[in-house]
Write a protein that binds this ligand. Sequence first.
Ligand code: ADP
Ligand code: MG
Length: 246
Amino acid sequence: MKLEIKDVSFSFDGKPNILENMNFHVDDGEFVTILGPSGSGKSTLFHLIGGILKPDQGIISLDGKKINGFKGHISYMPQQPSLLPWRTVLDNVLLGSELAGIRDKEMAKALLLKAGLEEYVKAYPHELSGGMKQRAAFIRSILSQQDLMCLDEPFSALDELTRLEMQKWLLSVWEQNRRSVLFVTHSIDEAVFLSDRIYVLSAKPAAVIKEVKVPFPRPRSEEQFLSDEFLNLKRELYAALKPTLS
Ligand code: ADP
Ligand code: MG
């Protein structure tokens, strides 16, 4: 599924623009990351794509079909895992697919196994660690059958090691599914490790100030972190981000 954002501007009730003439796209099966400072409008952008908010100007389209203000086209994984406390882990991950009228228990169990959560299938969210909750929330978005997954800083609350494990796990699952992914983060390392392409956002009002292709082959590994090419790309992104961090 191809996402296109064309000349999109948005402000909250006549306040100054949060997004200004934003342009970018995610190709079918591509992993694209938006890298921007805190408060630059990344979550707002997701609310626009998800149809919770409507742009003042411009067009948001999926495979050429305008979806401004329409809900239900994407699977959205918010910053907080937001599992329902009264549902078991299995029933939580099946939630998105239930809404779509499908309930694939076997697929859900297979993904929970791959996520190391097989012992927690019948557990409740409060029995899970932070990383486990994130994995469950991610499985829920995979199962929700939408072709575009929007992930809003899903690992920002995790410690560094858990975060690296989660990134590797995310890539291994994604490489089998190859959905289009739009990922949001303020971490340069995370953006370079995960993505096919990266867009850098300016500070408010947010617009795309830089686009880079990430040339590293997949499957990705930590060893790539140490290559000169990786460091050069990080430097380039840092130089682009620096003026936005006032
Ligand atoms: P990010 O996700 O990049 O950290 P957000 O999209 O959450 O940024 O917020 C961008 C800007 O929009 C912030 O300055 C924030 O204060 C403002 N903002 C977010 N939600 C609202 C709202 N409901 N009403 C008014 N301003 C808002
Ligand atoms: Mg945010």
